[in-house]
Design a protein around this ligand. Structure first.
Ligand code: GLY
Ligand code: MN
Ligand code: MN
Length: 455
């Protein structure tokens, strides 16, 4: 008995430490998100699946973002459902044809069964039979994965209307198979006509809690340290990939689990290619190098770009363009008004977009080699939301507001002159509507970038 208890205790420790390998927002916050989702759905049932292990050996597992947002659960092969509360109602309104029973709010996490043979590879896992599993996961109910079709079948039998509105991720093969199975076994083909659960979750994800902002701040601080280490490693005859490796090493030393996107280290002509990430060129004296690199801390991203002169000093022309890009970033940040400003307007035409502010600034400063304004060389949107994804989902026809985290990243790309400049910071809109630059501590001015390269 004593041995059994000891073994149980040590399993519990191992299992809990796996759950907490990442820093987390308070567990109660995940439940608040689930009840907020239920309030947005009003009716029906939401079904989300965890990601499966990636097919290729070199790819690491990363949890499905919406599933992680609602659960904090970072293991593959799980599923969850949320069912909003509903009052009892007549089966067919206006008739006396039976009643649909009241439905209390219900949330269930489904976990796969443990397989002893696989645990030799993965280490100890948790399943629905793990002691204290509801306390560990924060879910009201935790059931074996094998119960998922049975739960849906029971739900359909007690209230068929409810399964007419199934909220699922639109591109989830697991959801499609499950709904096909449940639909065909119940003879209700309409069950697979699912609502897109990502829409209400997008609304929730857009507004960050203080605990989420704290994680994004950690990602940002580690990424600032990575960028500073990278600046010091830039020299003629050094390969772009070497600098990418220096940055990643520093971000990981400072707590990031991975890069939040493939690092871009584009020198010389590569500085004009927006998503260049081959990083295979050897840098040359006289080049500019655009470094767009940041890390992810406990599933939350940062996003940073700086542009450096490989020989340590900007030429007069490089400095002129650099200062215009910096001026455009500052003009856009200064113009921001919570509840009004929009971003990601690649046409730079909307009067309320920060893109237009940066575009107008760039057009009013400097000229190309043909005496033409430089606005035509600002070839991408000014920014995007940041969160669990470096490009968090958002409907960019809507304004930005308090609690949102987003980038301002103007750039001028001049292939004819062999260089491009981009400067990118990640910002947070605080509860008073003020814009806070989370990358404030990384040099912005050209002279401060030059000084940081020497340290
Ligand atoms: N790092 C990708 C981007 O700036 O959007
Ligand atoms: Mn970005
Ligand atoms: Mn970026």
């Amino acid at each position: 008995m004593k041995i059994r208890l000891t073994l149980l205790g040590s399993f519990f420790l191992v299992a809990s430490s796996a759950l907490h390998a990442l820093d987390s927002v308070p567990k109660s916050e995940y439940r608040q998100r689930r009840t907020a989702l239920a309030a947005k759905m009003k009716t029906g049932v939401a079904i989300l699946f965890a990601n499966e292990e990636p097919a290729l050996e070199y790819q690491e597992f990363r949890q499905d973002e919406d599933f992680y947002y609602l659960t904090g659960w970072n293991e593959h092969g799980a599923a969850m459902i949320v069912i909003p509360a509903a009052d009892a109602q007549p089966e067919t309104p206006g008739t006396a044809l039976g009643r649909r029973a009241a439905q209390p709010y219900r949330e269930i996490l489904f976990l796969p069964s443990r397989i002893a043979r696989l645990e030799k590879y993965t280490g100890a896992q948790m399943d629905a039979a793990t002691p204290e599993i509801t306390a560990i996961t924060g879910f009201d109910e935790v059931l074996p994965m094998t119960e998922l079709p049975a739960v849906l079948n029971k739900l359909a039998l007690s209230d068929r209307m409810r399964l007419r509105k199934v909220w699922a991720e639109q591109n989830s093969p697991e959801a499609k198979s499950l709904l096909n199975f449940v639909g065909s076994t119940l003879g209700s083909p309409e069950i697979d006509a699912a609502e897109d659960v990502s829409q209400p979750i997008m609304e929730l994800r857009a507004i960050k809690s203080p605990a989420e902002v704290a994680l994004i701040r950690k990602a940002s601080n580690a990424s600032i340290a990575g960028q500073l280490a990278g600046m010091r490693a830039i020299k003629p005859e050094v390969r772009e990939r070497t600098v990418a490796g220096v940055e990643l090493a520093k971000m990981m030393e400072d707590g990031c689990e991975r890069a939040s996107y493939p690092p871009i280290v584009g020198s010389g002509p590569n500085s004009t290619t927006l998503h260049y990430s081959e990083n295979s060129r050897t840098m040359q004296a006289g080049d500019l190098v655009v470094i767009d690199a940041a890390g992810e801390y406990s599933m939350y991203a940062s996003d940073i770009t700086r542009t450096m002169p490989v020989s340590g000093h900007f030429t007069a022309r490089q400095r002129e363009i650099y200062e215009i890009v910096l001026g455009a970033q500052r003009a856009a940040a200064a113009a921001f008004v919570a509840g009004t400003s929009k971003i990601n307007d690649p046409e730079h035409k909307r009067p309320d977009s920060l893109d237009t502010v940066a575009f107008d600034y760039i057009n009013a400063h400097g000229k190309d080699l043909h005496g033409q304004p430089l606005g035509q060389y600002m070839i991408h949107g000014i920014g995007h939301l940041v969160g669990i994804d470096v490009h968090d989902p958002w409907d960019y026809s809507r304004p930005l507001d308090k609690g949102m985290v987003f980038t301002i990243e103007p750039g001028i790309y001049l292939p004819e002159e062999g260089f491009g400049v981009r400067i990118e910071d990640t910002y947070y809109v605080d509860e008073s509507g003020k814009l806070i630059d989370l990358i404030e501590k990384l040099p912005h001015e050209a002279k401060d970038v030059e000084a940081a390269m020497k340290k």
